[in-house]
Write a protein that binds this ligand. Structure first.
Ligand SMILES: [Zn+2]
Length: 100
């Protein structure tokens, strides 16, 4: 079982904030008469799959940020953390993952 290094709660899940890159077109909404100059956002493309730029994993209990991963440097750290293969420890105010 994974344990949060900050609040010591046993975790069977983490929260993941995913930053994605999606393209929109933005213009002035021509049909908006009551509130002129409102922007209209739309896309001429379907959302792009696999456009993840960054994922921030955090503890669902205390919100402590556990790990940040970038699309070009994906690891299996969270998989190994949740499966108990790695444990998270606090070192100088940083979180490090070590063999459990
Ligand atoms: Zn926590």
């Amino acid at each position: 079982m994974a344990t949060c290094p900050a609040c010591k709660m046993d975790l069977d899940q983490v929260v993941a904030y995913v930053l994605e890159e999606n393209k929109y077109l933005v213009d002035l909404d021509p049909f908006q008469t009551a509130f002129p100059n409102l922007l209209r956002w739309y896309s001429d493309e379907s959302p792009v799959e696999g456009s993840t730029q960054k994922i921030v994993y955090s503890c669902p209990e205390c919100k402590k940020m556990l790990l940040t991963e970038y699309a070009d440097k994906k690891t299996e750290t969270i998989l190994k953390f949740l499966s108990g293969e790695l444990k998270a420890v606090s070192v100088d105010n940083r979180i490090e993952f070590v063999k459990a």
